[in-house]
Design a protein around this ligand. Structure first.
Ligand SMILES: *Cc1c(COP(=O)(O)O)cnc(C)c1O
Ligand SMILES: [Zn+2]
Length: 427
C-alpha cells in the first residue's frame, strides 16, 4: 500500500535546482558565486522547480507554518534547516490617518521597522544568506553595508555561531555602529562611501574566501526580499495590492517584491492583477530616479550626499531592472530632499505611531509627492514598505522635534508647564 503523506522539505529535498544568468541564461551550480563568469558577467539568479513547489504548497500549508519568513521556505534557496531568529511576518497596518491626510482611500504600511532581530528588512535577506552560507561550509561571513546589513549580519551570525567581519562607511549613524558592535563582530569602518566599501569587499571576497552575504552569496541573499511580497499578499487576505511604494538602494528589494508577487501568481496562490510599482530615492543619491526621469535604462553613478545613508548607493547593481519594472507596471521612481525625508519621518510617526528611519521617511515623502502629482490614484489600494527603525537614525531628527518640559516634582510646577504647553499648542 502506498501512503501519501504531506511532504516536508527534509524528506522531499530542496526546491531549487541551481543558478542561472539573468541576462544570457547560462546555468551554474548552486555555489557561492554571483556573476556569469563563463559568458557575459550578468547577475546570477536562483532557479526553482515550480512544479515541485506547487505540489507541496497551498494557502493552507502556508497558513499552518511559523509566523516568520520560514512559512515560505519552499520558495527560498535553502536545502536544510533554516537559521531561525524569528525574522519576518511583520505587521501590515491599515494606515487610515495617513491615508486621510494624503487623500487616499486605502493605504497600508508594511512595517519592517519591527523586524527581528535587528529592526530592518535586512534580517530577511541575511537569514536566508547565512543559512545558505552554513550549508556551503563557510566559517566566516561578511558584508559591505550601508548600516542595517551590518547589524543583521553581526546579529544572525552570532546566533548561528559563525565568525563575522563586516564593513561599513566610517561616517554612519551611532545607532547603526552600536547596533553592530554589540554583537562583537570585527567591524571595519572604511574611510569612503558605500561604493568604495563594496569595491574593497569584492577584493577581500576573492582573497579570503569568506561568505559575503551581498557579494558571492548575493543570489541567495536577494531571494529573502521576496518574502515582503508574499507576506503582503497573505496579509491582504490572499490578494494583490494595486500599487506599492518601496525605497531603492541597489534596487534589489524592489525587484524581488515583484518576483514574490509573480511566483504566487504562477503557483496559483493569488489571482493575477496589475500592480503598479513605484520607487523612492533621496535627492542626494538618486541615480535610479534620474535615469527613470530621463527615460534611460542605464545608470550614471553618483556620489552620495544625503541623510538617508541606508539607501545611499551611488552605483546600484539592480537599477536597470528596477527601472524596467516601474516602466512596465505604469509606476514611477521619484526622489525627495533631506528636508522632505525628515517631514516624512515625522508625518508617519504623528499619524500612525510608526517611527521609521530615513529610508522610511524617503518612502513616505515620495508617497506624498506621487499622490500630489496625481501619480497615485486615491482609489488604489496602496502599500508603502517601511524598511527600517527610527531609533537607529536619531541624528536625522533630533533637531527637528519638540523638547520636554522639565519640571519640579510638584503640582504647581506641572500646572504652569501645562498652561504653557496649551498656549504653545494654540498659538
Ligand atoms: C538596504 C536597505 C534598503 C534597500 O535595499 P536594496 O535592496 O539594496 O534596494 C531599503 N531600506 C533600508 C532601511 C535598507 O537598509
Ligand atoms: Zn550570462
Amino acid at each position: 500500500m502506498i501512503v501519501t503523506a504531506t511532504l516536508s522539505l527534509s524528506t522531499a529535498g530542496p526546491t531549487f535546482t541551481g543558478l542561472r544568468c539573468k541576462e544570457c541564461g547560462q546555468p551554474y551550480e548552486a555555489g557561492a558565486r554571483h556573476v556569469c563568469e563563463d559568458v557575459c558577467f550578468g547577475p546570477l539568479e536562483v532557479v526553482y522547480d515550480y512544479e515541485a513547489i506547487k505540489s507541496r504548497v497551498s494557502r493552507a500549508t502556508i497558513e499552518a507554518g511559523p509566523a516568520s519568513i520560514w512559512r515560505y521556505r519552499e520558495f527560498l534557496p535553502i536545502a536544510g534547516d533554516p537559521i531561525d531568529v524569528g525574522t519576518g511576518f511583520t505587521p501590515l497596518l491599515k494606515a487610515n490617518n495617513l491615508a486621510k491626510r494624503l487623500g487616499l482611500r486605502s493605504l497600508y504600511i508594511k512595517n519592517d521597522g519591527v523586524n527581528m532581530p535587528t529592526l530592518s528588512f535586512k534580517d530577511r535577506v541575511v537569514s536566508v544568506a547565512l543559512t545558505r552560507a552554513r550549508e556551503l561550509g563557510f566559517k566566516t561571513v561578511s558584508c559591505a553595508s550601508t548600516g542595517n546589513l551590518a547589524n543583521s549580519t553581526a546579529a544572525i551570525s552570532a546566533h548561528a555561531g559563525l565568525d563575522c567581519c563586516v564593513f561599513i562607511p566610517s561616517d554612519l549613524e551611532l545607532g547603526k555602529v552600536l547596533g553592530t558592535l554589540i554583537y562583537n563582530p570585527t567591524l571595519m569602518a572604511v574611510k569612503g562611501n558605500y561604493d568604495q566599501v563594496n569595491r574593497l569587499c569584492s577584493e577581500v571576497a576573492n582573497t579570503y574566501g569568506w561568505g559575503f552575504v551581498n557579494i558571492n552569496l548575493r543570489p541567495y541573499y536577494s531571494e529573502g526580499s521576496k518574502t515582503l511580497g508574499y507576506e503582503v499578499i497573505e496579509q491582504l487576505g490572499w490578494e494583490l495590492p494595486d500599487h506599492i511604494v518601496a525605497p531603492l538602494a541597489s534596487g534589489s528589494l524592489f525587484t524581488k517584491i515583484r518576483k514574490g508577487f509573480d511566483e504566487f501568481i504562477k503557483c496559483g496562490l493569488v489571482e493575477e492583477k496589475a500592480v503598479r510599482f513605484s520607487g523612492a530615492q533621496a535627492e542626494g543619491c538618486n541615480p535610479i530616479a534620474t535615469a527613470f526621469r530621463e527615460g534611460r535604462d542605464f545608470i550614471t553613478p553618483v556620489k552620495p550626499n544625503t541623510i538617508a545613508k541606508s539607501i545611499a548607493i551611488g552605483n546600484p547593481a539592480d537599477g536597470p531592472y528596477a527601472i524596467d519594472i516601474a516602466n512596465r507596471t505604469g509606476g514611477n521612481i521619484a526622489d525627495v530632499t533631506d528636508t522632505e525625508i525628515i517631514e516624512g519621518i515625522k508625518l508617519l510617526a504623528e499619524t500612525e505611531g510608526v517611527f521609521t528611519e530615513t529610508a522610511g521617511g524617503t518612502t513616505i515623502a515620495v508617497l506624498k509627492k506621487l499622490v500630489e502629482q496625481g501619480k497615485i490614484n486615491p482609489e488604489e489600494r496602496t502599500v508603502a514598505y517601511i524598511t527600517g527603525n527610527g531609533l537607529k537614525t536619531t541624528e536625522a531628527v533630533v533637531d527637528h522635534i519638540g523638547k520636554p518640559y522639565t519640571i519640579e516634582a510638584q503640582l504647581d510646577s506641572f500646572n504652569a508647564a501645562w498652561r504653557q504647553a496649551q498656549a504653545e499648542q494654540a498659538g
